[in-house]
Design a binder for this molecule. Structure first.
Ligand code: NAD
Ligand code: UDP
Ligand code: UDP
Length: 335
C-alpha cells in the first residue's frame, strides 16, 4: 500500500544529516507504559537523540527517571492536541490513554487526542520531513466477525458507543495518516497493537492483566467480567517494542498487526495467574461493561513476512516478569 507521490521537501535537519549521522526521534506518550519501554530501547543506540512529549495523563516521569538529565534525552510536558514545534527525523506517535477506564473518563478529550493530536503530529511530520508511526489498535476491528483478524478486515465497530471515542478515534487517526501520505507524500507507518502487558503498567488502570496480578498479590479475588469466555491475545512489551522499531525502520506503511496470537479466555487467564502467583486466591465473576469484544486474536502473517517479526515471550513466561515489578511497587515481597 505505498503510493507514487513525491516525497516531501527535505528539511534543514534532514540536510544536516549529510554532516552528522545522529537520528533525532520524538516519542509522544513516551512517559506511558509502552512508550517508556520504547524509549529505553531507542536510548540504547548511541546515535539516537530522544525527545518525549507527554502530558502525564496516564504516564509518569518515574517511568523515564533513568534518562532524565541524559545529554541525548529531553522530556517536554506537552499536550498533543496543541501544536508542537520541534525538529526531528522520526515520530513515534503513541500519545493516547489505552486503558478503557482512562479513555472513557473524558471521552471528548480522548477523541481530540486521537484526531487533533494525530493531525498535529502529521503537520509536524510534513513541516520537517519526518517519518511518522501511529500506534493504532486492534480495537479498530470492534467486536470482530472475522477470527483471527487480518489487516484486510474492516471491522465491526459501534460508532456511538462508550468505546467509540477510542476505537473510532483511532480509525480517524489511521485515515488521517493515509490522507497525509497520499496527499503530501508523508512517510507513514501504522501498527495495530493487540493487548500488551508487562512491567510499568499502571497498577490500578483497570486492564485485565494488571488487575489480576495486583489482585493476586493483594490476596483479593480475581474479578473475571462475565461471561469470562471472551478471549484476548496478550503480547509481552519487549516483543511489542521490537515489532514497532522493525515497522518504523522497514519499508511498509502498514497497517500491520503487532500482537501475540496466543489466545486465552479471561477464565483461563485468571486460572493461569492464580496458579503462577497465588494459588489461594479466589476467582469471582463480576458484571461486564458495554460493547466488550467477544474474541480477539491477531493474524500476524503480514508481520512475519514483511518485518521478519514474531513474538518470543509466552504468557506463562511474561507474567512472572511483571509480577516482580508489581511486587516492588506494591511493596509486597514474595514469600
Ligand atoms: P499509556 O496510557 O500507558 O500511555 C499513553 C501515554 O500518552 C501516557 O504517558 C499519557 O500520559 C500520554 N498522553 C495521553 N494523552 C495525551 C495527550 N493529549 N498529550 C500528550 N500525551 C498524552 O498507554 P500504553 O499502553 O503505553 O499505550 C500506548 C499507545 O499504544 C496508545 O496509543 C494506545 O492506544 C496504543 N495501544 C496500546 C495497547 C495496549 O495493550 N497497551 C493496545 C492497543 C493500542
Ligand atoms: N503543526 C504542528 N507542528 C508543526 C507543523 C504543524 O503542530 O511543526 C500542526 C498545525 O498547527 C496544524 C496541524 O499540524 O494544526 C496540521 O498542519 P498542516 O500544515 O498539515 O495543516 P494546516 O496548518 O495548513 O491546517
Ligand atoms: N476484564 C476482566 N476483569 C477485569 C478487567 C477486564 O475480566 O478486571 C476483561 C474485560 O471484560 C475484557 C478483557 O478482560 O473482556 C480485556 O479487557 P481490558 O480492559 O484489559 O482490554 P480491552 O481488550 O478490552 O481493551
Amino acid at each position: 500500500q505505498t503510493t507514487t507521490k513525491p516525497p516531501p521537501t527535505p528539511s534543514p535537519l534532514r540536510f544536516s544529516k549529510f554532516f552528522q549521522s545522529n537520528m533525532r526521534i520524538l516519542v509522544t506518550g513516551g512517559a506511558g507504559f509502552i512508550g517508556s519501554h520504547l524509549v529505553d530501547r531507542l536510548m540504547e543506540n548511541e546515535k539516537n537523540e530522544v525527545i518525549v512529549a507527554d502530558n502525564y495523563f496516564t504516564g509518569s516521569k518515574d517511568n523515564l527517571r533513568k534518562w532524565i538529565g541524559h545529554p541525548r534525552f529531553e522530556l517536554i510536558r506537552h499536550d498533543v492536541t496543541e501544536p508542537l514545534l520541534v525538529e526531528v527525523d522520526q515520530i513515534y506517535h503513541l500519545a493516547c490513554p489505552a486503558s478503557p477506564i482512562f479513555y472513557k473518563y473524558n471521552p471528548v478529550k480522548t477523541i481530540k487526542t486521537n484526531v487533533i493530536g494525530t493531525l498535529n503530529m502529521l503537520g509536524l511530520a510534513k513541516r520537517v520531513g519526518a517519518r511518522i508511526l501511529l500506534t493504532s489498535t486492534s480495537e479498530v476491528y470492534g467486536d470482530p466477525l472475522v477470527h483471527p483478524q487480518p489487516e484486510t478486515y474492516w471491522g465491526n465497530v459501534n460508532p456511538i458507543g462508550v468505546r467509540s471515542c477510542y476505537d473510532e478515534g483511532k480509525r480517524v487517526a489511521e485515515t488521517l495518516m493515509f490522507d497525509y501520505h497520499r496527499q503530501h507524500g508523508i512517510e507513514i507507518r501504522i501498527a495495530r497493537i493487540f493487548n500488551t502487558y508487562g512491567p510499568r503498567m499502571n497498577i490500578d488502570d483497570g486492564r485485565v492483566v494488571s488487575n489480576f496480578i495486583a489482585q493476586a498479590i493483594r490476596d483479593e479475588p480475581l474479578t473475571v467480567q462475565a461471561p469470562g469466555t471472551q478471549t484476548r491475545s496478550f503480547c509481552y512489551v519487549s516483543d511489542m517494542v521490537d515489532g514497532l522499531i522493525r515497522l518504523m525502520e522497514g519499508e511498509n506503511t502498514g497497517p500491520i498487526n503487532i500482537g501475540n496470537p496466543g489466545e486465552f479466555t479471561m477464565i483461563e487467564l485468571a486460572e493461569t495467574v492464580k496458579e503462577l502467583i497465588n494459588p489461594k486466591v479466589e476467582i469471582k465473576m463480576v458484571e461486564n461493561t458495554p460493547d466488550d469484544p467477544r474474541q480477539r486474536k491477531p493474524d500476524i502473517t503480514k508481520a512475519k513476512e514483511l518485518l521478519g517479526w514474531e513474538p518470543k515471550i509466552k504468557l506463562r513466561d511474561g507474567l512472572p516478569l511483571m509480577e516482580d515489578d508489581f511486587r516492588q511497587r506494591l511493596t509486597v515481597p514474595k514469600n
